[in-house]
Ligand binder design. Sequence first.
Ligand SMILES: NC(=O)c1ccc[n+]([C@@H]2O[C@H](COP(=O)([O-])OP(=O)(O)OC[C@H]3O[C@@H](n4cnc5c(N)ncnc54)[C@H](O)[C@@H]3O)[C@@H](O)[C@H]2O)c1
Length: 443
Amino acid sequence: MRVSVIGCGHLGASHAAAMAELGHEVIGVEIDPDKCSTLASGASWFYEKDLDPLLAKHVPTGRLRFTTSLTDAADFADVHFLAVGTPLRADGEGYDTSEVVSAVEQLVPLLNRPATIMGKSTVTVGTVARLQALIADLATVEGIELVWNPEFLREGHAVEDSLRPDRILVGLSAPTALAAVKEVYAPILERGDIELVVTDPATAEVAKSAANAFLAMKVSYINAMAQVCEAVGANVDDVARTMGIDHRIGHAGMRAGIGFGGGCLPKDVAAFTHRVGELGATEAYDLLTAVQNVNRARTTAAANLVEHAAGRPVAGLTIGYLGAAFKAGTSDVRDSPALRLADLLHRRGASVVVHDPEALDNARRSHPHLGFRDTALEAATGADLIVLGTEWPQYTRDADLPAALAEVVREKTVVDIRNAVDAAPWLDGGWTLHQLGRPTRKQ
Ligand SMILES: NC(=O)c1ccc[n+]([C@@H]2O[C@H](COP(=O)([O-])OP(=O)(O)OC[C@H]3O[C@@H](n4cnc5c(N)ncnc54)[C@H](O)[C@@H]3O)[C@@H](O)[C@H]2O)c1
């Protein structure tokens, strides 16, 4: 099929590359000329594992191309995926849907034959109905269908999740739109192991928000238990492991730490909370508010742990800070918990010197007041202690790192705010290891 993907950010660029890999002819529309020309050169403008190889494979053949022109996309494609941003509004009261509305306003008048618009951006309940009314006003031909096809991919696994999603969800009003959905996803559906869930648009909108909120709730739940463990000297990692053995609970998302962040969960939970409040779903509102309150408190809990580890307030200390990305596997620093903590330590008077294998440039731009170094060793040199801010395997799994860092730091004290480190080489090397929700360890 000929498909367009409008908005080639973290979601859209990965989706466009996956669509090409599935055999479609794809045109990606990206409004930002710098991002567009990078993608058109066959490389990504952000780090996402597995994305560059797919771009390098499909851009040179012409199966996948990028443009800033919606007209090109309207002329070329029969299915148009919307993957533009839906940030939180400045007042925090729901999404700013201006990018979605504007993409529809610009695209629909350009369509001169039947087409299916498939929204992938995360939107609040009621948005699809509003966009359907907008399309009815703007369409100059019959047969412009809108379906909502929320995306569940995980950054850091975006390509893999686009090619092998857990499920495909579509919310639609007219059954006629289903044919295009089935055709575009045929290479995935034909494998026979993926459920295509078809609902009305409002159900699809709620399902996406509810899924995100549930993941956030799991994270906040185990973090709340970390607080309990700290009060009694218990070990939250053992609590989580024990709980997760029960298949009704599971292990995923059950690692205590600094909390959730990134370009999706924080704003999606905030927008959903606001919406359920508007809808009068009081208990849901209270539950989701608590999820966010636990998450916000993690930054302070982690800063307090750093002070506990240092045995004094951090003012005047130098901290070798490993990690800036909101999680391992991405260069994305949007709402990064690692940077939230680095920022708080800086505000408490510490000198914070950051390294990250992929997110250094983004972190430098968003937090210019912090210090930055090109290697972990340089960031650690002369530091009073080490904080592990992001669970990159090169920090948590490299058995040689503790010994290398020990040569350059003042104190062999490490605070792992992701509870992710492989402890043995640190403890064997004489380090004191501090983690959230579990007793301090030292050999
Ligand atoms: N990032 C994820 O892992 C993920 C996962 C699931 C859902 N989502 C949802 O997908 C949407 C996009 O998220 P993202 O992280 O990719 O955001 P992003 O900011 O990385 O990408 C959005 C892109 O759209 C471009 N854009 C905006 N208006 C445009 C227009 N009119 N024409 C062409 N391009 C335009 C922007 O320049 C930007 O590059 C959001 O609603 C998000 O909640 C994201």
